[in-house]
Ligand binder design. Structure first.
Ligand SMILES: CCCc1ccc(-c2ccc(S(=O)(=O)CCO)cc2)cc1[C@H]1C[C@H]1c1ccccn1
Length: 239
């Protein structure tokens, strides 16, 4: 099949994001823990780009009862988004590149006193076999990365266009069931790494943005993972 014009970028960014997600948060990386809730740890680095806060965020979470495939499917699929993305005012799939790659246009709820934001990004889901450790379980990754389309120019309407690069990387671990028994959901653990770098686009006070992120990101990941557990609990396991 003819590859889409964005394919080289999608391939490159997805593999870069996978590498970045696997890097630890210890050492000299400058990561500071800013939120903790049960098994969820949220880290950020304080960074600015031309006076704008672009703090990279990395969240690590461990969730029982769902597989990485199920979690990434829910994060990627448009039909579930309104169920977990509380900050969304509007969402449209503007391009259907393939069954594993979509382009979204999203309007986020206004965060006072900042101007309302919208985002235009490609979203790609992929299973990655772990080349280092072949008998480890597969990884699943969803990568969301801002893009430009002539039909959706930035900053022409009421919203300021934000620029994001986000990844959700999930690894599934299965406790072997007793001899001859089927795997049950309680035997499944999913290790989640969520990474995001967001440039808010236009002016937004650093103190306000940092307060928003500190408040919103822990809520966002807890709400998302709870939604996944609820969605999957009565359904057959998708490995
Ligand atoms: C001034 C702009 C702040 C701001 C920057 C960024 C985002 C944001 C965009 C996309 C994604 S995602 O992970 O790709 C899931 C698809 O929606 C997550 C977060 C949201 C806000 C706003 C709405 C606030 C917020 C911040 C953090 C988490 C959730 N919402």
């Amino acid at each position: 099949a003819v590859k889409h014009r964005l394919w080289p970028e999608i391939e490159k960014v997805t593999m870069e994001q996978l590498h970045y997600a696997r890097l630890g948060v210890g050492g000299a990386g400058g990561w500071q823990l800013f939120a903790e809730d049960g098994d969820m740890r949220m880290y950020r680095r304080e960074e600015e780009a031309d006076g704008l806060v672009v703090d990279p965020l990395k969240a690590c979470h461990v969730v029982k009862g769902v597989t990485g495939h199920e979690v990434c499917n829910i994060f990627f699929s448009p039909e579930y988004r309104s169920g977990w993305e509380a900050t969304l005012e509007d969402m449209t799939v503007v391009e259907n590149i393939s069954n594993d790659t979509l382009i979204f246009l999203q309007t986020h709820k206004r965060i006072w006193p900042a101007t309302q934001r919208d985002s235009l990004f490609w979203s790609h889901i992929r299973r990655v076999s772990d080349d280092q450790d072949p008998d480890a379980h597969d990884l699943w990754i969803v990568c969301n990365h801002s893009t430009e389309l002539p039909d959706y120019p930035a900053n022409t309407g009421k919203c300021v266009r934000l620029y994001l690069s986000v990844s959700l990387v999930c690894q599934t671990f299965i406790d072997p069931p007793k001899e001859g028994e089927r795997i049950k959901r309680e035997d499944i653990t999913c290790k989640i790494t969520y990474c995001s770098v967001v440039n808010p686009g236009g002016w937004a006070p650093a103190s306000v943005l940092r307060a928003v992120y500190k408040r919103e990101y822990p809520k966002f990941l807890k709400r998302f993972t709870s939604f996944c557990i609820d969605q999957c609990k009565d359904k057959p396991i998708v490995f």
